[in-house]
Write a protein of this length. Structure first.
Length: 146
């Protein structure tokens, strides 16, 4: 027999036994005694529990030497003036339009044009400055490139 015919036979057996009921292998195994819990606790036990004062669990700190403490994160890079202006334009244009619409300020055509142009210009400036190459300090091995 070829491997393909063996596989076909296995599939035929699976399809033929699809509607058959599975064997219950755990039917003869009883539950462990610790799993047999009564449906409701006895009423006497409930009253005893209610009268006892509740004590908060106190956690004693374990040896702190076993815990990992990450190093402090590196400082954020300083943004140059062009990047700051691009971010301000990206958020400032739509923010001005939203504020002007909410406060019913008069919006001339040139104001709307300037706000939309600021948004688009800020977006384009940030995308163009993003760069598509690896960082200059990454070395000769830039990993897997597809």
């Amino acid at each position: 027999m070829t491997p393909q015919s063996d596989e076909d036979e296995v599939w035929r057996q699976i399809v033929a036994s699809f509607n058959e009921k599975a064997e219950d292998t755990s039917a003869g195994q009883p539950w462990p005694d610790r799993e047999n819990v009564p449906d409701e606790p006895p009423a006497e036990k409930k009253e005893e529990e209610d009268t006892e004062p509740v004590q908060a669990a106190v956690q004693v700190p374990v040896d702190d030497e076993d815990h990992y403490i990450p190093p402090p994160p590196p400082p954020l890079p300083k943004a140059d003036g062009v990047a700051k202006l691009a971010w301000a334009a990206l958020f400032g244009g739509p923010a001005y339009l939203l504020l002007a619409a909410l406060l019913s300020w008069p919006m001339d055509g040139w104001i709307v044009f300037a706000a939309v142009a600021a948004f688009i210009g800020g977006f384009v400036a940030l995308v163009v400055r993003m760069g598509d190459g690896p960082p200059a300090d990454s070395g000769w091995d830039d990993g897997a490139v597809i």
